[in-house]
Design a protein around this ligand. Structure first.
Ligand code: COA
Length: 170
């Protein structure tokens, strides 16, 4: 049985290790994961079994657009894949009271990342929301690094599962 919760600073080194084992994700510094765990914990989530960290989602509310949750990295340990853990983490995030006003999810997914696309396509179906794709970060923007294009996937509008039934729809 998995546990899911907001990350804490003491998770940052384990998150860094998990991401290092989840290509094609870019590995950020431990300090980045410390900041995410400390300042963005309301919009991030970790999952595990017993004392092992098996999943991580980093996300933030877009500045000036508090109805848009931008999902940055989604990682599930190879041993835990294929059991919809990514989906559970994303839906659990959306149920948080702090995210009740979210009506759109945005993310970027490389053109060849079938597993990741499948996660977001299923999420859009579950939320009964449209999914649209548009260009965002072209490969050339990554300087000398060899990097795929990062097109934007946008899901929404939807009614957040965390929104009280009494709240009027936008
Ligand atoms: C993308 C990722 C987060 C999906 O997590 P997950 O919890 O395994 O997601 P799901 O169980 O819904 O499976 C999603 C897809 O993964 C693939 N998959 C299923 N079992 C798998 C396994 N044992 N090993 C690898 N991939 C598997 C399938 O294509 C599946 O799609 P389908 O159900 O439509 O056939 C995970 O594969 C991962 O961490 N990948 C590396 C990092 C990455 O690419 N992150 C996404 C960037 S935003």
């Amino acid at each position: 049985m998995h546990w899911l919760r907001a990350p804490e600073a003491s998770d940052a080194a384990d998150i860094h290790r998990l991401i290092s084992r989840c290509p094609p994700l870019d590995l950020n510094s431990v300090y980045t994961y410390l900041l995410l765990s400390e300042h963005f914990r309301q919009t991030c989530i970790v999952a595990g079994a017993e004392d092992r960290l098996l999943g991580f989602v980093s996300a933030y509310l877009r500045p000036q657009r508090p109805d848009v949750l931008f999902v940055w990295q989604v990682a599930v340990h190879a041993e835990a894949r294929g059991r919809r853990l990514a989906h559970h983490m994303l839906t659990r995030l959306l149920r948080r009271e702090a995210l009740a006003r979210v009506a759109y999810i945005e993310t970027t997914v490389g053109p060849g990342n079938r597993a990741s696309r499948s996660v977001f396509e299923r999420l859009a179906r579950d939320l009964s929301a449209p999914l649209n794709e548009s260009p965002l970060f072209d490969a050339g923007l990554f300087g000398g690094q060899s990097h795929d294009d990062e097109p934007l996937l946008r899901i929404g509008p939807f009614r957040s599962p965390g929104r009280p039934a009494s709240a009027s729809a936008r």
